[in-house]
Design a protein around this ligand. Structure first.
Ligand SMILES: C[S@@+](CC[C@H](N)C(=O)[O-])C[C@H]1O[C@@H](n2cnc3c(N)ncnc32)[C@H](O)[C@@H]1O
Length: 175
């Protein structure tokens, strides 16, 4: 599928407006695109001025992503998100962590988000998730509305639902 360039959820202009509106920043920000797949969103982040690391455990997808272009400010890393913080990421050094249609595939989505908050994010950092919504539990790659509420609990949330998909911007609650 990766070699055919299959990316299941298109990145629309409306989604990019949501992302830009929900994120604040300065030049030189650091972003991680977790579960980057073919790197479509990683490249969008680069165009927004971020220094980007795309992470995926599929070497095949990363090969396709790298073939489109990579360099010091857009790099790709093969790692399993379920294995903890990849050693080459700066701890407490990431301004924006993106996970587009990835979190439902992780072994422990809530715990992973806590790890992102506690170890990955720089002060003032935030998270952007895209989560396909299902009304029935155990639908692969989806979460139910209740599961999404649990995922977002304890965060400051901006959310928009479009065509059965939730765009979610999260900021850690200030202590
Ligand atoms: C539905 S695709 C989404 C790809 C990309 N984020 C996008 O928006 O097009 C899910 C991606 O997450 C990756 N993935 C799933 N579980 C992962 C894990 N535990 N560690 C790293 N990557 C993972 C898959 O290899 C796949 O590329």
């Amino acid at each position: 599928m990766a070699r055919l360039g299959y990316a299941p959820y298109d990145i629309s202009a409306a989604e990019m407006r949501f992302v830009v509106g929900a994120t604040t920043g300065r030049y030189g920000r650091v972003a991680v695109d977790a579960g980057c797949g073919l790197g479509g969103f990683s490249r969008r982040l680069r165009r927004l001025g971020y220094h980007v690391t795309g992470i995926d455990y599929s070497e095949c997808s990363l090969e396709v992503a790298r073939a489109v272009g990579h360099g010091p400010q857009l790099r790709y890393l093969c790692a399993d998100l379920d294995d903890g913080v990849p050693p080459s990421l700066p701890q407490h050094g990431v301004d924006l962590v993106v996970a587009r249609t990835v979190v439902p595939f992780l072994a422990k989505p809530v715990e992973w988000l806590h790890e992102v908050r506690d170890w990955w994010l720089a002060p003032g950092g935030q998270v952007y998730l895209v989560v396909p919504i299902s009304q029935q539990p155990f639908q692969t790659g989806h979460l139910t509305p209740t599961e999404i509420d649990v995922l977002c609990s304890g965060w400051q949330v901006k959310r928009r639902d479009v065509d059965g998909v939730a765009w979610i911007s999260l900021r850690p609650n200030t202590p």
